[in-house]
Write a protein that binds this ligand. Sequence first.
Ligand SMILES: CC(C)(COP(=O)(O)OP(=O)(O)OC[C@H]1O[C@@H](n2cnc3c(N)ncnc32)[C@H](O)[C@@H]1O)[C@@H](O)C(=O)NCCC(=O)NCCS
Ligand SMILES: Nc1ncnc2c1ncn2[C@@H]1O[C@H](COP(=O)(O)OP(=O)(O)OP(=O)(O)O)[C@@H](O)[C@H]1O
Length: 202
Amino acid sequence: MTVIIGLTGGIATGKSTVSNIIKSQGIPVVDADIISREVVMPEKEAYEKIVACFGDQILNDDKTINRAALGEIIFNDSEKRTMLNEIVHPAVRKEMKRQADAYQRSGESLVVMDIPLLFESNLTHMVDRTWLVYTAPELQLQRLINRDHFSEKQALSRIHSQMPITEKKELADVIIMNNGSLVELENDVLLLLNKQKNRPDN
Ligand SMILES: CC(C)(COP(=O)(O)OP(=O)(O)OC[C@H]1O[C@@H](n2cnc3c(N)ncnc32)[C@H](O)[C@@H]1O)[C@@H](O)C(=O)NCCC(=O)NCCS
Ligand SMILES: Nc1ncnc2c1ncn2[C@@H]1O[C@H](COP(=O)(O)OP(=O)(O)OP(=O)(O)O)[C@@H](O)[C@H]1O
């Protein structure tokens, strides 16, 4: 039997950092952010819909989508964000399911799905358990500004596009605290994986 873990968090709380630790242990990770980049490549179905909806001012010279430009639009306008989500999410869900099914068929005992909008998009039915990477809101803001060189306003508009991390904390089965160092985070994740291996049924 395969146990599927839904790994989530808020923007810049450390999902990719945790999923890299998980991958380093040979555990497969299905990554919604990576898939959401693949399904909007020029040859894919969602691409034409995005261009029709947002115009060619969101394109780079080579006709690929300018993610910074599209981000500026959708993180400042909830209606436009819903429109983009309605175009992109069905294709992302389909590919996530395809990858998870393939891992299941190949007999993996544990598969992790890294899904930033797991709770916002009601995708918990796709997973057996939910793990949340949590950082205190002030630290989340600081890490986002440092990583992406956003202004405070840009960073807050992205944070406010999601369910607050404090609310997600109430919904998750397991909380991975990420307020400390990277070494502490790695130790905690390795311990959690060990616990999961020893008690695969929950
Ligand atoms: C707006 C886009 C082009 C910006 O691209 P960019 O490369 O700057 O960011 P990236 O895709 O790496 O996302 C970074 C983080 O932003 C957050 N985020 C992304 N999209 C959304 C959204 N629609 N609503 C809320 N938060 C979001 C997530 O925490 C994600 O981990 C891109 O995020 C996108 O296409 N979003 C819509 C698809 C989506 O919802 N992806 C998230 C998981 S499926
Ligand atoms: N414990 C930590 N100590 C210091 N920096 C950290 C820690 N955890 C994560 N970071 C840094 O914080 C930033 C956000 O982490 P990461 O990119 O893993 O978040 P994410 O949740 O995957 O973000 P997104 O939602 O945008 O995909 C990165 O620059 C990362 O290196």
